[in-house]
Ligand binder design. Sequence first.
Ligand code: CTP
Ligand code: CA
Length: 228
Amino acid sequence: QLQASRLPALSGKTVLITAGPTREAIDPVRFLSNHSSGKMGFALAEAAAKAGARVQLVTGPVNLATPAGVERIDVQSAQQMHTAVMQRASAADIFIGCAAVADYRVAEVAEQKMKKTSSNDELTLTLVKNPDIIADVAALTYQRPFTVGFAAETENLANYAKDKLQRKKLDLICANDVSSKEQGFHSEHNAITAYWQGGELALERQPKISIAHAIIELIANKLTQKRQ
Ligand code: CTP
Ligand code: CA
């Protein structure tokens, strides 16, 4: 007799994850970026692989080893991440957007290294908006994966997270407070509250890998509920 309950929670599922920061070039030697370490996204990839999923990890530049059994796709810019994700999104059962995607990029990247001039004490860079990767995944009408976002906030955590859940049409959003040094960004720990339509779950401060296992378990439960 087949014991379905003994199967790992995500066996047979494909999980696509974004992680890390993006780098937006200013010129050949400079870029705009952010403090994302990639640790949470890599922890999620590890947890999803351990739960039996096929895992594809699209990552910006980070200093982390690829978890065992995970297919890693390295990118630099938000536009490259967008392309890598959209090529794979429809084949995924679950998409987790954990990357800290740069919201804007430099409008015109200089071909040569920019020189400082003695006449100008100010420099203005014109920025243009990057594509919203997770919103584009969630907007897929054909073969749309279960879509999970992250919201790193320094204030109004619950309100901003719930607003992103609605606005980007996500199935789940994991909110974390990055105003404290004890969690988020380069920390090994995180504390998260997950929100979905009509519910929430608080995960107290703990190592990122155990937060990741809890999030993967929550996602697996939600997928099972959806099927019923
Ligand atoms: N995200 C994305 N593509 C972008 C920006 C954000 O996929 N260009 C995803 C992130 O990976 C995350 C979620 O959207 O899962 C929320 O990111 P966040 O930066 O908090 O949202 P924004 O809509 O950019 O809002 P904010 O003004 O707070 O930066
Ligand atoms: Ca943003």
